[in-house]
Design a protein around this ligand. Structure first.
Ligand SMILES: Cc1cc2nc3c(=O)[nH]c(=O)nc-3n(C[C@H](O)[C@H](O)[C@H](O)COP(=O)(O)O)c2cc1C
Length: 194
């Protein structure tokens, strides 16, 4: 566990996503998953709206999830090829745990929807950090399924959107660092000009 400042910073500096298909057992147990989700909920949230929610897809429901993916895929692609069917099947069964993150903004109020969507993204990030702190890795992916009306109907309510499928587990191999942007490309000093 990370319990001093330097190890907390090391934790933040070393987090990496895992590719969902490379995440294997063990995944977080029920108590660990709850703790991860409780940390995800501790997220900046203008107006205390909690404009996000998380749906856990238990292992016992992965077969139904696969069937949902296949039928949603067929709704947009009536004659899917074998490779597409296999890819959907793999997606449904990969990684020990799966959480579907939903953005649930309220329109027409003082807090802009944009801010509510940012809060949802922050919640997903907190979820990944909590998983990393427990020694797991997470993979936050979207793909066609996140934008499918059939999949959304199975997980969300009207007006909600799928922010991502967050797969959790243990990386099958050590995660390699990936290129990061140059500091100067993304950080600058304001020169005071209006
Ligand atoms: C909203 C969102 C959706 C994403 N969807 C995908 C995806 O569908 N497929 C994919 O390979 N990576 C996707 N990514 C990127 C990965 O989650 C991850 O950021 C990337 O693999 C490297 O992440 P790291 O810097 O955390 O290691 C998505 C990221 C975000 C924020």
């Amino acid at each position: 566990m990370f319990n001093d400042l330097s190890s907390t910073l090391a934790l933040l500096a070393t987090r990496r996503s895992g590719r969902p298909r490379d995440l294997v057992a063990p995944g977080p147990g029920p108590d660990q998953l709850r703790a991860i989700l409780e940390i995800a909920m501790r997220t900046p949230d203008h107006g205390k709206l909690h404009p996000w929610r998380f749906v856990h897809v238990p292992h016992a429901r992965r077969t139904e999830f696969a069937a949902l993916l296949q039928s949603a895929y067929r709704a947009a692609n009536p004659e899917p090829g074998r490779l597409e069917i296999e890819a959907n099947e793999r997606f449904a069964h990969q990684a020990p745990e799966l959480v579907v993150a939903l953005s649930c903004p309220t329109a027409g109020i003082k807090i802009p929807v944009w801010e509510q969507e940012l809060s949802c993204g922050a919640g997903c990030m907190n979820l990944l950090l909590a998983a990393h702190a427990m020694g797991f890795a997470g993979g936050w992916v979207t793909g066609w399924a996140a934008y499918s009306p059939e999949i959304l109907a199975a997980f969300g309510n009207p007006g909600e959107r799928i922010a991502g499928f967050i797969f959790l587990g243990t990386p099958a191999a050590e995660l390699e660092e990936r290129p990061r942007p140059d500091y100067a490309d993304v950080v600058s000093e304001w020169d005071g000009r209006g």
